[in-house]
Ligand binder design. Structure first.
Ligand SMILES: [Zn+2]
Length: 296
């Protein structure tokens, strides 16, 4: 585990937040980190830096998947979403007292898979959580959660470069993957980027995509759109959630959040995301867009 991840876990422990959202991509493994944090919350012999002991009764039960004070909620394999019934079924657990540990944990894995109604039901518990209960949610797509749900969560953004469970992964490979994921300007605040967002905010519909295509090297289109969507997503989240950790985009996202309101950002996001999905999944559309890019 890297020092930064240790610090982040410490921060989560010290924060009074009853509900934490851990967001990150596949590389940063929010689910694994969430389990790690959950075990630490339940451990009876917590070590320095709030790390679980892996030896006490509580830790043994946790390792055997039979700890009575944690409820893990995730999508069933035969369903496409987490169902409302799964949240309703958790209410007995939520409002009972812990049996072994001092706290109880509700861990919702890939919370973006909660269906609309399940999110509404969850919201009631998030609004008035019992004193000894912690909610830990994980996602790689935080924007898919409803703003009302997001507004109840303290958001920890995992950065694969520094928040790694496996310290060795910090050395080779991972940093390159991350840096190559996005164009260089995302690492620094840049007037040019702010102008780009001002321009984008004045456009509607297809004109947004046309504007982006016109301005960008066609080979970089998907890369740029991905980068834009990440910044927009983070700006939206800053509108709605309290945050404990920063990503390389945070400074820029804060600037953008101060310039553009949430509705505008959500509109831009909704316009850009389908194009990214199409580009990633459909070569023909990719060709169409590249052809369009050449003609602008
Ligand atoms: Zn323990």
């Amino acid at each position: 585990m890297t020092k930064d991840l240790e610090n982040l876990i410490n921060l989560i422990f010290m924060s009074s937040a009853s509900s934490v959202l851990l967001s990150g991509n596949l590389i940063s493994q929010p689910e694994k980190i969430a389990l790690h944090i959950a075990q630490s919350f339940l451990c009876k012999d917590i070590k320095k830096n709030n790390l679980f002991c892996n030896d006490c009764h509580s830790c043994n039960l946790f390792s055997a998947n039979s700890h009575p004070d944690i409820k893990v909620i995730e999508r069933s394999k035969d369903k496409t979403q987490i169902q409302i019934k799964q949240i309703r079924d958790a209410s007995d657990f939520i409002y009972s007292t812990p049996l072994i540990a001092d706290k109880k944990i509700v861990l919702i894995l890939r919370a973006d898979e909660l269906n609309f109604f399940a999110q509404d039901t969850l919201l009631k518990s998030l609004e008035e959580p019992p004193e000894n209960l912690k909610f830990i949610l994980t996602t790689s797509l935080p924007y898919r959660l409803k703003p009302t749900v997001l507004s109840r969560l303290t958001h920890c953004k995992l950065n694969p470069e520094i928040h790694s469970l496996n310290s060795e992964s910090n050395n080779d490979g991972f940093i390159d993957i991350n840096k190559n994921d996005y164009p260089e300007e995302c690492w620094n605040k840049d007037e040019k980027v702010m102008r780009l967002f001002d321009d984008l905010a004045s456009l509607k519909g297809r004109k947004i995509i046309n504007y982006l295509i016109k301005d960008k090297d066609k080979d970089n289109l998907l890369l740029k759109l991905n980068w834009l969507s990440k910044i927009i997503e983070e700006s939206i989240l800053i509108h709605f959630t309290e945050t404990l950790s920063d990503t390389p985009f945070t400074q820029l996202s804060k600037e953008i959040k101060n310039t553009l309101d949430a509705d505008t950002l959500i509109y831009l996001y909704d316009e850009i995301l389908p194009v990214i999905n199409s580009l990633q999944s459909n070569e023909n559309l990719n060709y169409d867009f590249q052809t369009a890019a050449i003609s602008y």
